[in-house]
Design a protein around this ligand. Structure first.
Ligand code: F6P
Length: 375
């Protein structure tokens, strides 16, 4: 058997389970398929700068339960790399590193952005294979991404804890949950933690409807409420503005029109910043109940991965090593039920997996009386 040389990098925001996945690719690669593994530090930047770390059995030991990524990460894009104050296309430099190491494959672990960047490298001729990670769970074509289950647990525990203090003080606590433009985390933790209101980007909200739901609860004697709000959630008014600006961007033909649409979109995005605080203030005004805001932020990405994430990362990572052995490239290893299946990268990139409006979690939330801000 000819020893295969495999590179591995982690890109985008870190997430619990990355080290479990690195370990699985490495241990299966070395132990079952006679591979040698090297890691590139800090995502695509390390590939460009040829900064490596040996990943032998010793380096892979004891990392299963570690949070973060032993390789480091960055949000750099190969084709728009900040170099010397400029944004440069550095894909050819990365290709040189790949060839200098005589790599047979490069494994890229990341979310939606990483899938896109990895696809670019595969179009340049590298043998690329990816794994889906992100706490947002928004990567297309996989049932789930690793990192999500851990973050879901952290956000749910936070909501549990906020319930008791909200109850004691008769307050509204608005808790902001990560998730970028997808509502999986806020919806999942909101349902699991029994939040009275859950606001997600997929369902633009009317603050009057939210206030009505809280007032109704108050009248029944529950003078406290938890509002789980996704960081990407928006009011119906902002959603309409965004849609109009997006349409102008798509219809823009001249340079001036393109520029004007970009400015308009940027202004709306700027106005969205701080919307959780504004929602909390408005609810206080409309209900007469004192309100407080808790932003969970990067807490949700930290610490040891849950058992489900370790299992998922190990399933996908070990299958990744097997696919490299079989020479299957240009794919993401997706989770489908209990199986790990290769999906062509072109079917993954440019799509975001949002919460479908008929998803069972939404139906269940409505049935148990949770207000989703729209009715
Ligand atoms: O994609 C994961 C994520 O945690 C999102 O939920 C969040 O919007 C974003 O990353 C935060 O990014 P950063 O760590 O760069 O602030």
């Amino acid at each position: 058997m000819v020893t295969k040389l495999v590179g591995i990098l982690t890109a985008g925001g870190d997430s619990p389970g990355l080290n479990a996945a690195i370990r699985a690719v490495g241990k299966a690669g070395i132990g079952a398929f006679d591979m040698q593994i090297i890691g590139f530090r800090d995502g695509f930047r390390g590939l460009m700068q040829n900064r490596t770390i040996r990943l032998g059995s010793q380096e892979l030991a004891g990392i299963l339960t570690l949070g973060g990524t032993i390789l480091g990460t960055s949000r750099d894009k190969p084709h728009k790399m900040p170099v010397g104050g400029q944004l440069l296309d550095m894909t050819d430099v990365m290709l040189d590193t790949y060839h200098d190491h005589h790599l047979d494959a490069l494994v890229c672990l990341g979310g939606g952005g990483t899938q896109k960047n990895a696809y670019r490298l595969s179009q340049k001729g590298m043998n690329i294979i990816t794994l889906p990670k992100t706490i947002d769970n928004d990567v297309a074509m996989t049932d789930v991404t690793f990192g999500f289950d851990t973050a879901l647990g952290i956000a749910t525990e936070a909501i549990d804890r906020l319930h008791s203090t909200a109850h004691s003080h008769h307050r509204i606590i608005v808790v902001e949950v990560m998730g970028h433009n997808a509502g999986w985390l806020a919806l999942g933790s909101g349902v699991a933690g029994g939040a009275e209101v859950i606001l997600i980007p997929e369902i633009p909200f009317d603050i009057e409807i939210v206030a009505d739901a809280i007032r109704r609860r108050s009248r029944k004697g529950s003078r406290f409420s938890i509002v789980a709000i996704s960081e990407g959630a928006m009011s119906q008014e902002v959603a309409a503005q965004l849609q109009a600006a997006e349409e102008s961007r798509q219809n823009a033909v001249t340079d001036e029109e393109i520029e004007a649409a970009a400015v308009q979109l940027a202004e709306i995005e700027k106005r969205r910043a701080g919307s959780t605080l504004r929602a909390a203030n408005k609810l206080e005004e409309l209900t007469g109940l004192e309100s407080r805001v808790t932003i969970l932020g990067h807490l949700q990405r930290g610490g040891t991965p849950s058992a489900a994430d370790r299992l998922l990362a190990t399933r996908l990572g070990s299958e990744c090593a097997s696919l490299i052995d079989q020479g299957v490239f240009g794919v993401m290893v997706a989770s489908r039920g209990e199986s790990a299946v290769p999906i062509p990268l072109e079917d993954v990139v440019g799509k975001r997996k949002c919460v479908p409006l008929d998803h069972p979690w939404i139906q269940s939330a409505r049935r148990v009386g949770t207000c989703l801000g729209d009715e």
